[in-house]
Design a binder for this molecule. Sequence first.
Ligand code: ZN
Length: 193
Amino acid sequence: MIIFTKRFHGVAQMQAEEIARLMAGSGAQGAGERPEDEGFMLEALAEARLAADEGEVPVGAVVVCGGEIVARAHNMTEGTKDPTAHAEMLAIRRAAEVLRGSVHRLTGCSMYVTLEPCAMCAGAVVNARLERLIIGAADPKAGACGSLRDIVRDERLNHRVPVTRGVLEEECSGVLKDFFRTRRAEKKHPKEN
Ligand SMILES: [Zn+2]
């Protein structure tokens, strides 16, 4: 009975901790999340899925200005043979074309991206003077917005970009996991045609 109580207490304690963590989630991971964020992240996810269909590592991004999507892009490094053709770089370039002249750089715009930007893209985010960066999945191997380093919030730079992490995190990392799982399976059992 004592053991049972202890175990039960353990489970209850874990649940309480989990609930507390989730509620505080608005603290660490979901800091700064806004009601519109999931909707725009879904649009970035749709771009990521397009990339997967093209055999590209599925990362998608959209740039939002004045509550509207002004540019969308997905990773195209394979198809273009351009190692800089990451979703964020393409989305920033397209947004700059669309907004040409109407704003200074991309001031007042936000970018939603399904995977934490790398050092190159984080640098572009700072140079674009984005107002906000919203990230789906973290990238512990190459992420430069809080994982490996934090370029966008580096105090030494003259512009810093507030970051919201973990928006639709499971869906965003899921699309990458599915992609690599399929690719591994195809390598093991190549199609016979
Ligand atoms: Zn990148």
